[in-house]
Design a protein around this ligand. Structure first.
Ligand code: FAD
Length: 312
């Protein structure tokens, strides 16, 4: 099996249309700062490099994972035995035309929100301060304080499963709370947002207010992946975790912080296995106490089986 993978990787190196590095540590590429090695890191910087890369990967039947800023994933200690794709360069570009903003997949959400403010366009203020790329945010339908990235979406250019390039309108995607089901098996190439002309100083003021709230409510001094769980209907994961007496609970370097129970932190070099064990413990205790099964928001990468699964 390993030999087969090695042969295919050798062929990928020969045919790869973009920058490629072998044996790369994934931990520094994530905000949780955990995870083993990627067999290969491929970094396309243009749309054609990305599409050509996907064609080669399909031909060679190599498994791949598309990495954004790594702010919503937990990578296995054994890493990812395939190709991690991380876009850069031109793919991080943002263009403004009137009240429409177009963003490449690698553009940071921070760039999108500040670009909108600079052009006196309102609608994205609630997203300011969420780490991640625009494509990662779309995949998650990221949001905060009553706003979601899909709110002002016009359309998304994607590479579909059959590797054709298509445009999906907002109405083609059944966006829900932290979910965008139709984007699950596609690669986002770019997305467009229609915003509303507004008062620049009022926009900056609202962004500062949101930043301040985030600073007060989130443990930004420690590596984390934001909220571990989705909000259960009519409740908050943090409240249930606190009521279950789990604040301060620790597995190795993985901790439920006392201040923000919904956002686990990596304190003192946690392993992914420790974070996964902590997640299982919390799900299990919360279920036993409240009969609520918390659903994970973070995405496991490189695990052979679901690392968050518990048996009740
Ligand atoms: C301190 C902190 C605070 C946070 N606060 C919030 C918050 O308030 N609200 C919120 O919603 N989230 C929050 N998050 C979670 C996270 O920032 C968001 O989910 C973010 O949108 C993920 O983007 P990313 O680029 O990091 O994606 P990644 O974590 O790298 O990837 C997430 C998923 O997107 C997929 N993906 C990435 N790029 C593409 C692409 N081009 N095409 C197809 N799929 C792609 C990946 O394959 C993966 O499945 C927080 C995280 C941290 C660390």
């Amino acid at each position: 099996m390993k030999q087969l993978l090695d042969t295919r990787v050798d062929e990928l190196i020969a045919r790869c249309p973009c920058k490629l590095t072998t044996a790369v540590q994934i931990a520094p590429l994530t905000t949780f700062r955990v995870g083993g090695m990627a067999r290969v890191l491929a970094e396309p910087s243009t749309e054609s490099e990305l599409v050509n890369l996907l064609v080669v990967l399909r031909d060679l039947e190599l498994p791949y994972f598309y990495l954004g800023l790594g702010s919503n994933i937990l990578v296995s200690d054994h890493g990812f035995k395939g190709v991690v794709i991380r876009s850069r360069g031109e793919l991080g570009r943002i263009e403004v035309s009137g009240s429409i903003i177009k963003a490449g997949p690698a553009a940071r959400l921070l760039m999108l929100t500040t670009c909108a403010a600079r052009h006196s366009l309102t609608g994205l203020e609630q997203l300011s301060g969420i780490p991640g790329t625009v494509a990662g945010a779309l995949f998650m339908n990221a949001g905060a304080y009553g706003g979601e990235i899909s709110d002002h979406l016009v359309d998304v250019r994607i590479v579909s499963r059959d590797l054709s390039i298509q445009v999906m309108k907002k109405s083609d995607i059944a966006f829900g709370y932290r979910s965008a089901p139709e984007l699950r098996d596609v690669i986002v190439l770019s997305s467009r947002y229609e915003l509303i002309p507004g008062d620049r100083s009022a926009i900056y003021k609202e962004m500062r207010r949101v930043w301040q709230l985030r600073r007060e409510k989130q443990p930004i001094a420690f590596p984390s992946a934001g909220s571990i769980f989705k909000r259960p209907p009519g409740d908050y994961a943090g409240r249930l975790i606190e009521e279950a007496g789990l604040k301060g609970h620790r597995v190795g370097g993985a901790v439920v912080p006392t201040a923000h129970a919904g956002i686990f932190i990596n304190d003192r070099g946690a392993q992914a296995s420790e974070i996964a064990e902590l997640i299982r413990k919390v799900r299990s205790d919360v279920y036993r106490k409240f009969a609520v099964m918390l659903e994970n928001e973070i995405i496991p990468v490189g695990f052979d089986v679901d690392p968050f699964q518990i048996h009740v």
